[in-house]
Design a protein around this ligand. Structure first.
Ligand SMILES: NC(=O)c1ccc[n+]([C@@H]2O[C@H](COP(=O)([O-])OP(=O)(O)OC[C@H]3O[C@@H](n4cnc5c(N)ncnc54)[C@H](OP(=O)(O)O)[C@@H]3O)[C@@H](O)[C@H]2O)c1
Length: 220
């Protein structure tokens, strides 16, 4: 797939590298330093490139939104029309001081993104995954971590789940885009675990449900 990265910082660069490593065509965009985009593209292999947001988005199948919350309006404006595209929203709507959610309860960052990116099929995903875990790879963890995602468009969710799986995570379908109201606060907890509690930031989540194996074991 052709994937446009809007925001090539911690998250954008980690996801871009991973997507390129599994064969996708990646365009990095939205940095104050164009040379940084060139360097990222070079280190991601021959099919990756640096681009402007509009250029990256124009021929992309999937848009990955990885900017700080306060830059969302600007980057979406500069990307142009995203109608019909899958837009994976990895952002967390934090205040500029980075210590609280700026929106929540009866809406979410993802729903605001969906209103701004008119016609795009928005899926919330990877917002509960530290960039450090993406960089280190899922194999640093003792078990396969989950990546929660939610959205309203079935095809866009299917595409996102496939990408999640390709990066080694278990996709966990959390329902409609309104579930981002729960995923965004959850990211605050992951941040607390990653950066303030414990010694390493490569924190992964797992979602367990009653399953056949366990039931069979219990019957024995
Ligand atoms: N970091 C994580 O572990 C993590 C995990 C889950 C979700 N998220 C969410 O993902 C989003 C991106 O986080 P991040 O940690 O990747 O942020 P980041 O490293 O600060 O990256 C932000 C990107 O925006 C660009 N940018 C363009 N204009 C800018 C300006 N005027 N000021 C600051 N940056 C500007 C930066 O470019 P430059 O190259 O010029 O810096 C960079 O490409 C956030 O919404 C965050 O909540 C992050």
């Amino acid at each position: 797939m052709r994937i446009a990265i809007l925001g090539s910082g911690n998250m954008g660069s980690a996801l871009g590298h991973l997507f390129a490593s599994v064969g996708h065509v990646v365009a990095y965009s939205f940095s104050r330093d164009p040379k940084k985009l060139e360097r990222l593209a070079k280190s991601s292999g021959p099919r990756a490139r640096a681009a402007s947001p509009a250029d990256a988005a124009r021929d992309a199948d999937v848009i990955v939104l990885t900017v700080l919350w306060q830059h969302v309006p600007r980057v979406l404006r500069s990307a142009g029309s995203l109608r019909g595209k899958v837009l994976i929203d990895c952002t967390n709507p934090l205040t500029p001081s980075d210590d609280a959610l700026a929106v929540g309860h009866r809406t979410s960052g993802a729903e605001i993104v969906a209103r701004r990116a008119r016609g795009a099929h928005v899926v919330k995903a990877f917002n509960t995954t530290p960039a450090e875990l993406l960089r280190a790879g899922v194999n640093v963890l003792p078990e396969q971590p989950a990546a929660c995602y939610c959205g309203d468009d079935v095809r866009a969710k299917r595409v996102t789940a496939r990408l999640i799986r390709q990066l080694g995570f278990e996709p966990v379908n959390c329902g409609a885009l309104t579930s981002a109201r729960y995923l965004e606060p959850l990211a605050m907890l992951v941040g607390e675990l990653a950066y303030n509690q414990g010694r390493r930031p490569e924190v992964g989540l797992r979602v367990l449900r009653p399953g056949r194996c366990r039931a069979r074991r219990a019957r024995r």
